[in-house]
Structure formats: structure tokens, C-alpha cells
Design a protein around this ligand. Structure first.
Ligand code: ATP
Ligand code: MG
Length: 391
């Protein structure tokens, strides 16, 4: 009998969204994520997706790991499928659940009868399976309140499924159901987390990174690529645009007051990112800013950068403490990459005493010090694109 994976689709996530769109996108994302592991049969019925490997040598634990990162899945379980007959269920349950039950002291059985044609009712299934397991594992006791293992028997359309409980899925909405946005990504901790959070709501990401060679190195760019590959475990494919930013930074340094350097740089990032966003069918920008974290993230400074934007700017970590952001970064596997010490274009020219309360008026005036329109166009035109995937 075969081992497979059951995925439960979040019912709440379906609210307000066409169910068939939601499911079609989710199935596509699941297929894409599983493809490198081998061939699978994927069926979808009644808010449950059945993922069955077509050959023996597929790494099912790796498949579970990958599927636990797919947004739109509420819960998942590795399960054994048998025929819908009580004798088959009673034969398979002790065999399949041997490892978890040997390690447990207490258990309970829950049954779900989605196929109402099955002759036994749920309580009868529970008592038969429970009795059989007590006989096979005499050390076990039943505990209906806090069992070490909950044995599930689900009688469904395609068969009977036996498993030892569910793992939480990634939640959220399937990526691709909520449009596309441009993520301004540095090599830091915050922006990859910001991208992850919007992807969780179904937003597909295009990433924009500003590089200032020779002040910033090839390695710093590789770090961004590595970060995005990790975010792509959750967000699916991500197009990265690397923007040449040296000319603008050098001119800012030469022509503008030092204490406004960072804020002016931010405004140029916004200008350029916005043009690239429009070219790439993005409807919003995403940044990893958090109020008060650094001088360029005071409310006054954010007001100055926001003034450039003519599309929504999402800042999903705006109200989070650094340690809260770090917790998410660790969970999604970006933290260890982010803390590698490669210089970012922000740090290269950063002034010692940036102004924390710039006024829009003085900032606009400072920008008048040099002709930058063509520089912005050159930066937009010079952006280098590459497509990034998780492995
Ligand atoms: P992060 O950890 O995301 O780098 P941070 O706390 O270091 O954040 P800043 O360096 O001030 O903050 O950057 C604020 C935001 O500006 C970043 O979250 C990111 O969205 C954007 N940003 C900064 N540097 C770059 C860059 N080189 N390319 C693209 N976006 C950038
Ligand atoms: Mg940074």
C-alpha cells in the first residue's frame, strides 16, 4: 500500500476569492515545487489535495518539507492509503504507525467519514481501530484529552487514509492570486522578510537591487541572489533586476549636503524602482523599513521618500522590533545569509550624522543641485534581469 501526502486547503483563504482560480494557482505552485523531486499524481477534491508519488524512490520527507512552504496550504499530513474496507485499515494501521506508536505512551483515534457510503460510522471506526492498536501495542493507553499521538483515519473519495496527525502548512494565499509587487531588496535582514510577508498574501515578487560597483562587490550581489533563492522557497520564481547605482551615488556625494545623503539616495531608489515596477506589471512597491530603526526611517524621512511614490508602498515590518523580524528571518532561512558581512550600497557613502527630520522642501531643493533625469533613465535602462528559483 502506498504512502502519499494529504494537503488541506485553508477554507478561510477562499473568502472573497474565486475558488477555482485559487485552486488552479495553488496546484500550479505545488507542481512547480515538486517537479525536481520526481513524478507525482496530484488530485484535488473537496478542499483536499492528494499528492501521490508515481515511483518508489521519491523522497517523501523532502516533498513534505517543500509543500510546508507553499502558501495556500493550511495543513499537511503524510498518510498511508488503503482500500475502503475495515480489514484493510486494521491490517495497515499498526504496520504504518509502528514508529510513532512505539515512541508514544498515550494515543487516541479520530475518524472522518467524508464518504457517507462507508458502512461504519466514525465512532465505530475509532473503536475498532483503537482496539486493534491496543492489542498490537500493549504498552499504550488511551488519552482523549492530551494524547502523545492522534491517529487519524479518513474515509475519502479515493480511499481510506491513515496518518498520525497534521503539520501546520504555510497558510496565506497562493502566490499569484494577488498581483505582483516590486521588492526593494538590500542584503540586510529586513527586506527579505518583507518580501516573504507579501508573498504570503498571494503577491508575486519582482526584486530590485541597487548595486554600486566598484564600491560594492560581486559578492554583495551574490548574497542578494542567495537571499532571493531562499525567499523563492515560499514566493516561487522571482525576477531580479540589478540596477547600476554608482553614477547617482557619486553625484549625490559631490553635489548634495552630506546630512541629506541617505534620504536623497532613498528617493532615487524609489524613482527608479517605480519605473521598473511599471515596466514589469507591478502594482506596488515593498520595502523592509521599520519606524525609527535608523535615521532614514523616521516618520519625517519616510514622508520624504513616500512623496516620490505614485503607487502604494507596502512596509510589512514597519511596526516590528528587530528581534521580531529576526525571528521570522530565522524561520524562513534568510537570517544566516543576511548576516554575511558584505557591504551594501547604503553603507558605502553613509554620512556620520544624517538628518533625522528632513523637510520635504529642503530635500527637493537639495536635489536641484544636479541634472539627474538622464541618470535615472540610464539606471532604469541598465538594469540587468535574471530569473531566480529555489532548488
Ligand atoms: P534591510 O535589512 O532590509 O537592509 P535596513 O534596516 O538595513 O533594512 P536600510 O538599509 O535603511 O534598512 O534600508 C531600508 C530599505 O530600503 C530596505 O529594507 C530595502 O527595502 C531598501 N534598500 C536599502 N538598500 C537597498 C539596495 N541596495 N537595493 C534595494 N533596496 C534597498
Ligand atoms: Mg540595509
Amino acid at each position: 500500500m502506498q504512502e502519499m501526502i494529504l494537503l488541506k486547503v485553508g477554507e478561510l483563504a477562499l473568502k472573497g476569492l474565486n475558488r477555482s482560480t485559487f485552486e488552479a494557482v495553488l496546484l500550479k505552485n505545488i507542481r512547480r515545487r515538486l517537479k525536481p523531486l520526481g513524478e507525482f499524481a496530484i488530485q484535488n477534491a473537496q478542499s483536499t489535495i492528494y499528492v501521490t508519488p508515481k515511483s518508489e524512490d521519491v523522497d517523501l520527507n523532502e516533498a513534505v518539507e517543500r509543500l510546508s512552504q507553499v502558501f495556500g496550504v493550511a495543513a499537511l499530513s503524510k498518510a498511508r492509503v488503503t482500500e475502503k474496507r475495515m480489514d484493510a485499515i486494521l491490517k495497515e494501521a499498526p504496520l504504518y504507525l509502528e514508529d510513532p506508536l512505539l515512541a508514544a505512551r498515550t494515543f487516541k483515534v479520530e475518524a472522518k467519514r467524508a464518504d457517507k457510503a462507508f458502512p461504519l460510522k466514525s465512532p465505530e471506526i475509532c473503536s475498532e481501530v483503537g482496539g486493534c492498536l491496543l492489542e498490537a501495542f500493549p504498552h499504550l493507553k488511551v488519552d482523549v484529552h492530551h494524547p502523545d499521538v492522534t491517529v487519524m483515519v479518513e474515509i475519502r473519495d479515493f480511499g481510506a487514509y491513515i496518518h498520525a496527525g497534521s503539520l501546520p502548512g504555510a497558510g496565506g494565499m497562493p502566490v499569484g492570486t494577488a498581483g505582483r509587487a516590486a521588492l526593494l531588496i538590500s542584503g540586510g535582514i529586513d527586506s527579505p522578510v518583507a518580501g516573504y510577508m507579501l508573498a504570503k498574501r498571494g503577491v508575486e515578487l519582482t526584486a530590485v537591487h541597487f548595486a554600486s560597483p566598484p564600491y560594492t562587490s560581486e559578492r554583495a550581489q551574490m548574497k542578494v541572489v542567495e537571499l532571493l533563492r531562499q525567499v523563492a522557497c515560499y514566493a516561487g520564481r522571482i525576477k531580479l533586476l540589478v540596477v547600476p547605482f554608482t553614477e547617482i551615488q557619486e553625484n549625490l556625494r559631490e553635489h548634495c549636503p552630506q546630512d541629506l545623503f541617505t534620504i536623497l539616495m532613498r528617493r532615487f531608489m524609489m524613482r527608479i524602482a517605480q519605473e521598473l515596477a511599471l515596466e514589469n506589471q507591478c502594482q506596488a512597491l515593498i520595502t523592509g523599513e521599520s519606524v525609527g530603526q535608523v535615521a532614514s526611517q523616521t516618520m519625517a524621512a519616510i514622508a520624504c521618500t513616500d512623496a516620490i511614490a505614485q503607487m502604494p508602498v507596502f512596509r510589512p515590518v514597519i511596526g516590528m522590533d528587530k528581534d521580531e523580524i529576526v525571528t521570522i528571518a530565522r524561520k524562513i532561512g534568510t537570517f544566516e545569509i543576511s548576516i554575511q558581512p558584505y557591504e551594501d550600497c547604503c553603507t558605502v557613502f553613509t554620512p556620520k550624522h544624517p538628518k533625522t527630520r528632513p523637510s520635504l522642501e529642503e530635500v527637493v531643493k537639495a536635489e536641484g543641485a544636479f541634472e539627474w533625469e538622464n541618470m535615472v533613465q540610464r539606471a532604469v535602462a541598465g538594469a540587468q534581469a535574471q530569473m531566480l528559483h529555489a532548488d
